[in-house]
Design a binder for this molecule. Structure first.
Ligand code: PNS
Length: 169
């Protein structure tokens, strides 16, 4: 039987992309033929980086990486997945509270479209504590984010901090 190419979506805010996201995306790329990293455009949350900046950072991190594409989406995730002919959504689950929230989202997405399966991936033991939220907080307070985000993101966070420090003087 011919192998049907399996497309998986890794959706998220990626505000900004962390080493935890990179680990998750690389794990997804080992499981599926093609991975689409999809940045949500119409989040209710006030973003730290613009969608364009977040996409640019992700593209930089995965440039030349066969089988991994970066895209944006708005509206329902299941509608986007259907449009991309993807039957799988991959989410990283770092702990129990996240498992609860992710299970709720996975079940809601299944209700919306039973053809789409959500796959939970366990993070690396070295990146499982990293989150975009903590990275933003550390960067804003002048702490080092080296090793928590890809080097391009370290640079962008430093630029952001310099700009906000300049605005304060
Ligand atoms: O990185 P995040 O912020 O945890 O990602 C959340 C995301 C983008 C996966 C989620 O908010 C989402 O899928 N939003 C799209 C709107 C949608 O489909 N809502 C119904 C989900 S039950």
């Amino acid at each position: 039987m011919a192998h049907e190419s399996q497309v998986a979506i890794v959706p998220g805010s990626f505000d900004p992309v962390t080493v935890g996201h990179v680990d998750l995306i690389e794990r997804a790329a080992r499981l599926f033929d093609r991975v689409i990293v999809a940045v949500l455009t119409n989040s209710a949350k006030q973003p730290f980086f613009s969608v364009e900046d977040r996409v640019a950072m992700l593209c930089d991190v995965f440039k030349g990486r066969a089988g991994i594409d970066v895209d944006t989406f708005g509206g329902l995730l299941v509608d986007y997945a259907r449009a991309k002919q993807a039957r799988v959504v991959v989410r990283g689950v770092r702990g129990v509270p996240e498992f609860d929230a992710e299970t709720q989202m996975a079940l809601m997405n299944r209700r919306l479209n039973p053809d789409i399966e959500t796959v939970f991936v366990t993070p690396s033991e070295t990146t499982g504590y990293v989150s975009s939220h903590l990275v933003r907080e550390i960067a804003a307070l002048g702490g080092s984010v080296d090793g928590l985000v890809p080097p391009i993101v370290v640079d962008r966070l430093a630029v952001r901090r310099r700009k906000s420090t300049l605005r304060q003087v």
